[in-house]
Design a protein around this ligand. Structure first.
Ligand code: SAM
Length: 208
């Protein structure tokens, strides 16, 4: 059988059971999200199964080829859970260099294993909008030190399911070591540090 470009999605996300569909569903159910920005997405189109309007950005050639393929439309059509037509587009760009989108026009910014998305792409997030970040590269830790963001919820992963909690949020981002932390230090480190309590994903609200 001829190889399909969709094999990339299947291999990286379906077969590894790493789609994170319920994470996005929980956010869609709980918060009012219209426009979503996903820098460093690679071919992770799962947000389009849940959110009708998503802009993806990546500087990877394979991702560029993937998003050019008409097959992606069928994948999203088959999997989407909302009645309206899906609207999605892709910028083949370095998210740090800027891209052609309106500032303060997105309700949700997704940062998953792709560097400091929450910092570089913050201008595109509306005030009151949400940043979904993990701490793989330290982006959540930097957001926790950023006065523009306030932690709104955490997601723990148990038996393959994400569970959201809004309780005891002050317990998170307390460093295990007594080192004096700065945003600059964490960004130079490019990986998350140890905290006394941590979670699989964090949701911040842009408050300024
Ligand atoms: C490890 S993958 C993560 C993919 C996806 N976010 C996920 O969670 O499965 C990191 C992706 O971020 C992209 N990336 C990293 N830095 C980037 C940048 N400055 N501009 C655009 N894409 C970037 C890489 O090309 C790669 O596709």
């Amino acid at each position: 059988m001829a190889k399909s470009i969709l094999d990339l999605y299947r291999r990286y996300f379906e077969e590894r059971q790493f789609e994170r569909l319920d994470l996005f569903k929980t956010i869609a159910d709980e918060f009012k999200v219209k426009r979503v920005l996903y820098p460093g997405s690679f071919v992770h189109v799962t947000p389009s199964f849940v959110f009708p309007s998503v802009v993806y950005i990546d500087n990877d050639k394979q991702a560029n080829k993937f998003f050019k393929s008409p097959e992606i439309h069928q994948l999203i059509e088959d999997r989407k859970v909302y009645p309206q037509d899906a609207s999605f587009m892709f910028h083949f760009a370095d998210y740090g260099d800027g891209f052609d989108e309106k500032e303060k026009s997105f309700d949700l910014l997704i940062s998953q294993y792709a560097g400091f998305v929450g910092q570089y792409c913050k201008p595109f997030l509306k005030k009151g909008g949400l940043l979904l970040a993990n701490n793989s590269h330290g982006d959540a830790g930097v957001a926790a030190m950023d006065k523009d963001y306030q932690l709104a919820a955490v997601f723990s992963l148990r038996s393959g399911k994400y569970k959201m909690s809004k309780s005891n949020l002050d317990d998170y981002f307390v460093p295990k070591s007594s080192i004096k932390l700065t945003k600059e230090y964490l960004m130079q480190l490019q990986k998350g540090i140890g905290y006394t309590k941590s979670s699989s994903a964090y949701l911040f609200r842009r408050i300024y």
